[in-house]
Design a protein around this ligand. Sequence first.
Ligand SMILES: [Fe+2]
Length: 362
Amino acid sequence: MAEGSGAPSYERIDRKVEVMDTPYDRWASSQGIDVIRGFFVDDLYTMPLKWWNRVGGYGVYIMLDGTGYLDDAYVCAIPPGKNLNAQRHMFEALIYVLDGRGATTVWQSSGPKQSFEWQTGSLFAIPLNARYQHFNGQGDREARLLAVTTAPLIFNLFRSEDFVLNNPYAFTDRFCGEEGYFGGKGVLYSDRVVETNFVADAINIEPVAWTERGKGNATIFFEMAQSMMGSHVSRFPVGLYKKAHRHGPGAHVFILSGKGYSLLWPEGKERIRVDWTRGSMVVPPEGWFHQHFNSGAEAARYLALKVISRKFKLQPGKIQSDVPLAFGGWQIEYEDEDPEIRCIFEEECAKSGAEVQMPKYR
Ligand SMILES: [Fe+2]
């Protein structure tokens, strides 16, 4: 056979291959609700919502720049005295109760149903692809939920709404209708990780001191429903800020209480500042340094919802969020930060009357 004669004879087309929108983007924009984009959201409590037929309530998608399309967020409201439609999906979901009181029932097709009650501040995970339904327990006001999910990752991998939303596979190794599954029992490990399936009140839960991340800082991590997603609550007292650090995409930082700001910057580039208060949310983009400052007159708390489980890894390697850059970690120590950062903080605390408690290092 002559050299080159085995080459197939392709039809030639005089244009570049078509670049498709991501399946997730097509799906999200087909839902009939707004998709908010950008860097930061001011206030999830007052965001306008639209009727969301698939879910049977009101909602808005929040697809912020820093997610890396690993995860997304949505806010949904259950009308007074009503329930949402029953759902199941092949993406993971962490749910935080922004406001209200109600209950959720979770079940596998062939197993018993488990129901549990929630209120403002509750946090839980839906076991992967289990069936579930939310109920508003109050007849005179809506209930508002925040969800962070892996929908972008899953839709873009499989490109099939039917596969993602109507998949009969039951992950019974994660949940098979066990009595007490959402009862709030759990264990606290020595590295501040709680393994549980329900946190009744993330606003007031007592975190564990973690001063390597900053003076006065305390944090508690949650591993729920055998999920690939993780979450944590951090608290920092008046007059203090955390050390800057960086990591992968998709950490949704939602402000539970307090008033302050965050600085975010890619290495060597200009800093971006976002001012936050209760209800704000920001997602630091992959690899960007970010630093959270409590410049208000009371303790601040945030809840981070992300595709980082401390138990189930997407990739090997140690989480090094409290290891200094000099030792190969992800964190900038106070003494190594740009001195302007301290100056800005002192000015902001002076404005709110907060006394600066930061350690002196120069
Ligand atoms: Fe972070």
